[in-house]
Ligand binder design. Structure first.
Ligand code: SF4
Ligand code: SF4
Length: 191
């Protein structure tokens, strides 16, 4: 979406598909209608929303290796504050892209030593049952699908549980609210 002095987005515009832009009523995981049709880049560059101007993925900030530009890596990576610590967010361009990419797995292993790594594919961004997984620093992995949470250790299932009712309810309400805001923003821009 933008550039810094050391790296530039170049041919990459993956965040313009994978990320949510409330100002445009654009859910995550769907291409932005303002992406240029004749190549990478933004068709409304001068007037693009402030969130697009401000956004810099982890690679653009100078982390990761030069060859890990998101369109080549197959995922957009960010560090997100969670309470007083950080979480690495991996948003996949394709379902199954994490397991298929040795490079992505190596990056996740490096970060999980100090923080959880959350891996999401955004095929159904507003589906409260959309699965995701979290690699934990202690070597365990949580896989969440709908109401089910499966805990794995060294690749083997060690526990399964149901999400607490309240947690499940709150998640559904937040996603419904998010969907409502996105639809409202889209209607306003279309008006
Ligand atoms: S994902 Fe990163 S490198 Fe790619 S366009 Fe967005 S900010 Fe630029
Ligand atoms: S408005 Fe431009 S920079 Fe923002 S998501 Fe759309 S194409 Fe990308």
């Amino acid at each position: 979406m933008s550039a810094d002095s050391a790296r530039i987005c170049g041919a990459c515009s993956l965040c313009c598909t994978l990320l949510r832009v409330d100002e445009l009523g654009k859910p995550g995981g769907t291409p932005c209608r303002n992406q240029r049709s004749d190549g990478p880049g933004c068709g409304i560059h001068v007037t693009r929303p402030s969130i697009c101007r401000a956004y810099r993925c982890l690679w653009l900030q100078g982390s990761l290796e030069q060859q890990d530009r998101p369109d080549r890596l197959g995922a957009v990576l960010d560090l997100r504050p969670v309470g007083e610590s950080l979480r690495l967010e991996v948003k996949l361009a394709e379902p199954g892209g994490f397991d298929a990419s040795p490079r992505l797995r190596a990056i996740a292993e490096r970060y999980r030593g100090s923080m959880p790594v959350r891996i999401t594919d955004l095929a159904a961004p507003l589906d409260p049952d959309a699965p995701f997984r979290v690699l934990l620093p202690n070597g365990e992995e949580q896989r969440v699908a709908g109401e089910r949470v499966t805990l794995l250790r060294e690749g083997r299932v060690v526990a399964e549980r149901r999400l607490p009712w309240l947690e499940r309810r709150v998640r559904r309400l937040l996603l419904a609210w998010s969907g409502f805001r996105l639809r409202r923003a889209a209607r306003r821009r279309g008006a």
